[in-house]
Write a protein that binds this ligand. Structure first.
Ligand SMILES: [Zn+2]
Length: 133
């Protein structure tokens, strides 16, 4: 992957994790990953359509997987695809700091990626607090 591609992906995402929408500025000590939406293991390519910017925690939870169990129905559900899906059609950010998935894809992705782990909700609350400043 070229530096040009990395810059392109980072700029396209406006420095936000394309899954949980946390901004890179809140993680000065680590650089968000350029991840393959469909992992190389599953023949995912290096093209810009298959790349997304991801907070290391989201990327780590996602791994090479493409789907998970919907926590409400137990059904196997594909994950949110940052290039093909619209974030706001699957998630909303609650003022309590939680990312609420309101479709099967949203619920499954939020659940498997651990978007509402205690620390991550605390970080979002802190961000809200700073923004209200
Ligand atoms: Zn994320």
């Amino acid at each position: 992957m070229t530096d040009e591609t990395r810059s392109f992906v980072r700029e396209r995402a406006a420095d936000l994790c394309e899954y949980c929408k946390i901004h890179q500025r809140y993680y000065p000590d680590s650089t968000f990953h350029i991840e393959h939406i469909v992992a190389k293991q599953h023949d995912g390519s290096d093209s810009q359509d298959n790349l997304a910017l991801a907070y290391h925690f989201c990327n780590g939870k996602k791994g090479p997987n493409l789907s998970g169990m919907d926590p409400d129905t137990g059904e196997l559900t594909r994950w949110f695809h940052p290039r093909n899906d619209s974030w706001h059609e699957h998630f909303r950010l609650d003022t309590n700091g939680e990312v609420v998935g309101f479709t099967a894809i949203g619920r499954t992705t939020a659940s498997v990626l651990g978007m509402n782990s205690r620390i991550r909700v605390q970080i979002r609350r802190e961000i809200f607090r700073l923004q209200e400043g």
